[in-house]
Design a protein around this ligand. Structure first.
Ligand SMILES: N[C@@H](CCC(=O)N[C@@H](CS)C(=O)NCC(=O)O)C(=O)O
Length: 208
C-alpha cells in the first residue's frame, strides 16, 4: 500500500495529483499542521525535517515532492516520463530543475517572509528581492512554453505537474503570470485528476 503524508494546500498536492493520474490505490495520512503534528516527536522520528510530503511505498520511505513524483512515475507510470536518454528527457530534466530551483525558490522566499517564518525573523526587504527574482525567471519560462500543449507536446509529464502547481502558488502569492504561461496553467489545471486530488485532501481535513 502507498501512503502519502500530507496536508492540504502544500506541496503534497503534487504527489496526490500524480497518484490520481496514475490511478493507483493509495491512502492519505493527514499530518495535522494545525495542531503542530509535523513537529511532534513521532513525525520527526520519521522525517527529521518536519515537512510534507513524505511517501511510504512498501519498504521505501522518501521525502521531497519532485523526487517522489519522479519515483512514482518511474515505478508505476513510465508514460508520465519521456524515454531516458532522449532529447525529450533532457528537456524534462531541465524543466524539473528549473521549476524547483529558479521558479519555486523565489516564490517560496516570498511565502516565507510573508507568513511561513517566525515573525521576528521575517524581512520585509526580501519581498521585493524575491518578486524581482521570480519575474526574471518567469520570463524565461514564458519564452519556452506552448500555451495549450503540455511542456513536451501532446502528453503530460511529471514536469507539468510541478510547473503548474508552482504557477498556481504564484497566482496565490499575487505574482503576475505572463499570458502564454497563464493559458498553459489553465490548460493543465483542467485535468480531472487534480480536481480529485483536491477533493481528497479536503476530505482528509474534514475526516482525519
Ligand atoms: N523541498 C521540499 C519542501 C517541503 C516543504 O517545505 N513542505 C512544507 C509544506 S509545502 C512543510 O512541510 N512545511 C512545514 C514546516 O516547514 O514546518 C519538497 O519539495 O517536498
Amino acid at each position: 500500500m502507498i501512503t502519502l503524508y500530507g496536508y492540504p494546500r502544500t506541496r503534497s498536492l503534487r504527489v496526490s495529483w500524480l497518484l490520481e493520474e496514475l490511478g493507483l490505490e493509495w491512502e492519505y495520512q493527514l499530518v495535522d499542521f494545525n495542531s503542530g503534528e509535523h513537529r511532534s516527536p513521532g513525525f520527526l522520528a520519521m522525517n527529521p525535517s518536519g515537512k510534507v510530503p513524505c511517501l511510504k511505498d512498501d519498504k521505501t520511505f522518501m521525502t521531497e515532492s519532485a523526487a517522489i513524483c519522479l519515483y512514482l512515475a518511474e515505478k508505476y507510470g513510465q508514460h508520465w516520463l519521456p524515454k531516458p536518454g532522449t532529447p525529450e528527457s533532457a528537456a524534462h530534466h531541465e524543466w524539473v530543475s528549473f521549476t524547483i530551483t529558479e521558479l519555486e525558490q523565489p516564490l517560496w522566499t516570498l511565502g516565507k517572509h510573508r507568513f511561513a517564518l517566525p515573525e521576528k525573523i521575517r524581512l520585509p526587504e526580501m519581498l521585493s528581492v524575491a518578486a524581482w527574482e521570480f519575474k526574471k525567471a518567469i520570463q524565461v519560462a514564458e519564452a519556452r512554453v506552448h500555451q495549450d500543449a503540455y511542456l513536451l507536446g501532446n502528453f503530460p509529464t511529471v514536469a507539468d505537474i510541478l510547473l503548474t502547481h508552482t504557477l498556481n502558488w504564484a497566482v496565490k502569492f499575487d505574482q503576475k503570470v505572463p499570458e502564454k504561461l497563464e493559458k498553459y496553467r489553465q490548460f493543465v489545471n483542467r485535468r480531472p485528476a487534480l480536481a480529485r486530488a483536491l477533493a481528497l485532501e479536503q476530505q482528509a481535513l474534514n475526516h482525519p
